[in-house]
Design a protein around this ligand. Structure first.
Ligand SMILES: Cc1cc2nc3c(=O)[nH]c(=O)nc-3n(C[C@H](O)[C@H](O)[C@H](O)COP(=O)(O)OP(=O)(O)OC[C@H]3O[C@@H](n4cnc5c(N)ncnc54)[C@H](O)[C@@H]3O)c2cc1C
Ligand SMILES: NC(=O)C1=CN([C@@H]2O[C@H](COP(=O)(O)OP(=O)(O)OC[C@H]3O[C@@H](n4cnc5c(N)ncnc54)[C@H](OP(=O)(O)O)[C@@H]3O)[C@@H](O)[C@H]2O)C=CC1
Ligand SMILES: O=C(O)C(=O)Cc1c[nH]c2ccccc12
Length: 424
C-alpha cells in the first residue's frame, strides 16, 4: 500500500505540467529580462547599461513609473529628504527642493531613463515567468495590454509574447496591486467608493462628507487635501499606528534616525523616535490614535508598515476638521456603521487601504518569494535568487532600498555576462 502510494506520487511528480498555449511571438533576449519600469526597473537597467549589459524592460503600463504618473494624487511630494531618493548615477537637479514634488520626481525619472538610454517595452503585462531548467533559460510571458477604445485590437484578441533570456529581474514593486477590502452592505452604499490610487484632488469632493478608510501616509494626506478643498473627512483608524513629525527643528526625522542608527541599535533608535514624537506631537491617544507596541523602524522593516510622517493632518485632527472613527462594521445607504455601534454619515468612501506585491500571481515554480510576494531571505540578502533570478525594490526601505538593490544586481549580472561573452 505504502509502495503503491509512493509509486503514484512518483508518477504524478514525473508528469509534465500542462503546457501553456503557444505564444504569438517569441523574443530571445540578449541579457536580462527586467519586469517593471518603475524606479527599480529603470535603475537596474541604467546600472546594467553602464556596465555594458543590454536588457529588455517590460511594463504593463504605457509609461515609465506608472505608480507615480498614474496612481498618485496631485499634491504628493517625496516625504524623505531628496538625497535618500536619488537613483544610482544621477543626482537631483540643484534647484529641486528638499522634498521634491511628484512632477519634479517624474521629470527626474524621465531624464534618468533618457540619459541611460532605457527604452522599456510598454503595454506588456507579464502573466507568467518560469525557469526552464532543461534549457537554462527564463521564459516570461506577457500579454499586450489592449485599450477598450481600440476596437480592432480588442476584436483581434490579446497577443502574447514569450521573452526568453538567461536572467530575470523582478522589479514590479511593493505597491503593484491595490488592497480593496470588502465591506458588508457595500452594495447598499449610495455614493462612490474608490481607491486612493484613483484620487487626484479634493476638488471633486467640495462640501461632501468623505469617509477615508485607512490612516497610513495616503489616508492622512488625502484627509488633509480634502480639508483644503472644504470637504468634510472622517478617517477610519482601526488599529495602532506610528505618527512621527516629518521634521524636528528643521531636521528631517528620517535623517535623525539614519544618523542614530550609525551608533545605536534599532530598538534604541525606535525608543528615541517615539520619545521625540511624544515631545513634538503630544499625546495622540487623546485624538484616538494609539501607538503600536513595536517601534516605527522595526515595524517598517519587519511588516512593511510605514510610519506616518505628519505634514499637517494632525493639526486638522486637533482642530476637529478631520474626525477620527474606529473600524467599519458595515456600510449602509448613507454611510457606515462602526465597530463601536456608532454611525457616520458619508457621501463618498475613499479606500486608503494600501497595496501589495503581485509577484506570486505570475512568478511560477520557484519559492524565492513568499506568498506575500517578498523575497524569503531578509534584507540585505534578498536581491539574489537561484538560476539567474534577481529582485530589486522589495526591501521595505523605499527608494534608497531600490538603489542599493539595483547596484548589487547589476554588478552581479555584469560579472556573469563578462564570463559568458568572453568565452564566445
Ligand atoms: C504614494 C506613494 C508615495 C511614496 N513616496 C515615497 C517616498 O517619498 N520615498 C521613498 O523612498 N519611497 C516612497 N514610496 C515607495 C515606492 O515604493 C517607491 O517610491 C517606488 O515607486 C518603488 O519603485 P518600484 O520600481 O520598486 O515600484 P513601482 O514604482 O511600483 O514600479 C513597478 C512597475 O512595475 C509594473 N508592473 C507591475 N506588475 C507588472 C506586471 N505583471 N507586468 C508588467 N509590469 C508590471 C508597474 O506598472 C510599475 O510601473 C512611495 C509609495 C507610494 C505608493
Ligand atoms: N508623501 C509620500 O511620500 C507618501 C508615501 N506613501 C507611501 O506609500 C505606501 C503605501 O501607503 P498607504 O497607501 O498609506 O498604505 P499603508 O499600507 O501604509 O496603510 C494602509 C492603511 O489602511 C488600513 N486598512 C487596511 N485595510 C483596512 C480595513 N479593512 N479597515 C480599516 N483600515 C484598513 C491600514 O490599517 P492597519 O494598520 O490596521 O492594517 C493602514 O492604516 C507607504 O509606504 C507610504 O509611506 C503614501 C502616501 C504619501
Ligand atoms: O515612503 C515609503 O513608502 C518608504 O518606504 C520610505 C521609507 C523607507 N523607510 C522609511 C522609514 C520611515 C518612513 C518612511 C520610510
Amino acid at each position: 500500500m505504502a509502495a503503491a502510494a509512493a509509486a503514484a506520487a512518483d508518477a504524478s511528480s514525473a508528469e509534465a505540467p500542462p503546457s501553456p498555449p503557444a505564444a504569438s511571438r517569441v523574443v530571445w533576449v540578449n541579457g536580462p529580462i527586467v519586469v517593471g519600469a518603475g524606479p527599480a526597473g529603470l535603475s537596474v537597467a541604467a546600472c546594467l547599461r553602464a556596465r555594458g549589459v543590454p536588457c529588455v524592460v517590460l511594463d504593463r503600463a504605457d509609461c515609465i513609473a506608472s505608480l507615480w504618473q498614474r496612481r498618485t494624487y496631485d499634491r504628493l511630494r517625496l516625504h524623505l529628504p531628496r538625497h535618500f531618493c536619488e537613483l544610482p548615477g544621477l543626482p537631483f537637479p540643484d534647484n529641486y527642493p528638499e522634498y521634491p514634488t511628484k512632477r519634479q520626481f517624474v521629470d527626474y525619472l524621465n531624464a534618468y531613463a533618457e540619459q541611460a538610454g532605457v527604452q522599456p517595452r510598454f503595454n506588456q503585462a507579464v502573466t507568467s515567468a518560469r525557469y526552464d531548467a532543461a534549457a537554462g533559460f527564463w521564459r516570461v510571458r506577457a500579454d499586450d495590454v489592449v485599450l477598450a477604445e481600440d476596437a480592432a485590437a480588442v476584436a483581434a484578441g490579446a497577443t502574447t509574447t514569450e521573452y526568453i533570456g538567461r536572467w530575470l529581474v523582478v522589479a514590479t514593486g511593493e505597491n503593484a496591486e491595490r488592497i480593496v477590502p470588502e465591506f458588508e452592505g457595500a452594495e447598499d452604499f449610495a455614493g462612490p467608493v474608490s481607491h486612493v490610487s484613483e484620487y487626484k484632488s479634493g476638488e471633486a469632493y467640495r462640501g461632501k462628507r468623505v469617509l477615508v478608510v485607512g490612516c497610513g501616509n495616503s489616508g492622512m494626506e488625502v484627509c488633509l487635501d480634502l480639508c483644503d478643498h472644504n470637504a468634510l473627512p472622517s478617517m477610519v483608524v482601526r488599529d495602532a499606528v506610528h505618527v512621527l513629525p516629518r521634521e524636528m527643528f528643521g531636521v528631517a526625522t528620517f535623517s535623525v534616525a539614519v544618523f542614530l542608527l550609525r551608533f545605536l541599535p534599532l530598538w534604541l533608535v525606535d525608543a528615541i523616535l517615539v520619545l521625540l514624537a511624544r515631545l513634538f506631537l503630544g499625546d495622540l491617544d487623546k485624538l484616538g490614535i494609539r501607538r503600536p507596541a513595536g517601534g516605527p523602524l522595526e515595524l517598517k522593516n519587519t511588516r512593511g508598515r510605514t510610519p506616518v510622517l505628519d505634514i499637517g493632518a494632525l493639526a486638522r485632527i486637533r482642530s476637529g476638521h478631520i474626525q477620527i472613527v474606529p473600524g467599519i462594521k458595515r456600510l449602509f445607504r448613507g454611510g457606515a456603521e462602526l465597530v463601536d455601534g456608532r454611525r457616520v454619515a458619508a457621501d463618498a468612501v475613499i479606500l486608503a487601504t494600501g497595496y501589495q506585491s503581485n509577484v506570486p500571481q505570475w512568478l511560477k515554480g520557484c519559492d524565492f518569494f513568499t506568498q506575500e510576494g517578498y523575497p524569503r531571505v531578509p534584507f540585505p540578502h534578498g536581491w539574489k535568487g537561484e538560476s539567474g533570478l534577481y529582485s530589486v525594490g522589495f526591501t521595505r526601505r523605499g527608494l534608497s532600498g531600490v538603489s542599493s538593490d539595483a547596484v548589487k544586481v547589476a554588478q552581479d549580472i555584469a560579472v556573469e555576462w563578462e564570463k559568458q561573452t568572453s568565452t564566445i
